[in-house]
Design a protein around this ligand. Sequence first.
Ligand SMILES: [Zn+2]
Ligand SMILES: [Zn+2]
Length: 252
Amino acid sequence: MIEICAIASGSNGNCYYIGNENEAVLIDAGISCKQILLRLKEKNLDPQKVKGIFISHEHSDHIRGARVLAKKIICPVYLTAKTYNAVYKNMRPVWPEFFAPGTVITIGELEVYTFLKNHDASEPCSFRVSHKEKHIGVFTDIGDPCINVVNNLAMCDAAFLESNYDENMLHEGPYPYFLKKRIASSNGHLSNMQSFRLLRENAGNHMKCVFLSHLSAENNTPHLAMEAHQPLTSKFEIKLTSRSGPGEVYIL
Ligand SMILES: [Zn+2]
Ligand SMILES: [Zn+2]
């Protein structure tokens, strides 16, 4: 049994829970410790099962709550040394565990595969967590999907996949030109259509559910993100995550 839940997802904060009967990991902790604990409780997920917090990169929507949460539940924070050095000093975790991208970290019966991705951070990583032949991916903050993202996605039974912006909304929207360019660049974020194409071309037959993640408040709507992925719903479930609260607990 493996349970997964987006505790928070969006440019205002990200945190994803993946756990079995005995242990769990959090991928990113980008909202306050207080909010993470409240939301875990709301979903009947036990924070004492969390044995590791994995940080994808130094942007505050991925690390904001990690330092305080790790102290509270007494668990290590896994991140690369380059990411650690790029984090504001007052947000740096007290018990960092450094990993080299490409290594696999074992947490009880969970295996966490770490790999590099394209994003405008010092050493951005993504993760695939596996437990008894089940594979869960967390793929957010991705510019061009590299071979690491493609190969790991292809193995997944479920995934949190970025569907950050609608191309028209970004183009027509209020953001300054430099920011529009950054978001759409090969080191920015995945649009609804990029996410759709990535799934269409690479999701395996065993994919059961994809949670559309890290939706932009300004440049996307849940409706547009769902609409873009509609053609895939005959193959697997497509579900939304929320910017304002925890999503459903999905059991594999
Ligand atoms: Zn982000
Ligand atoms: Zn980012």
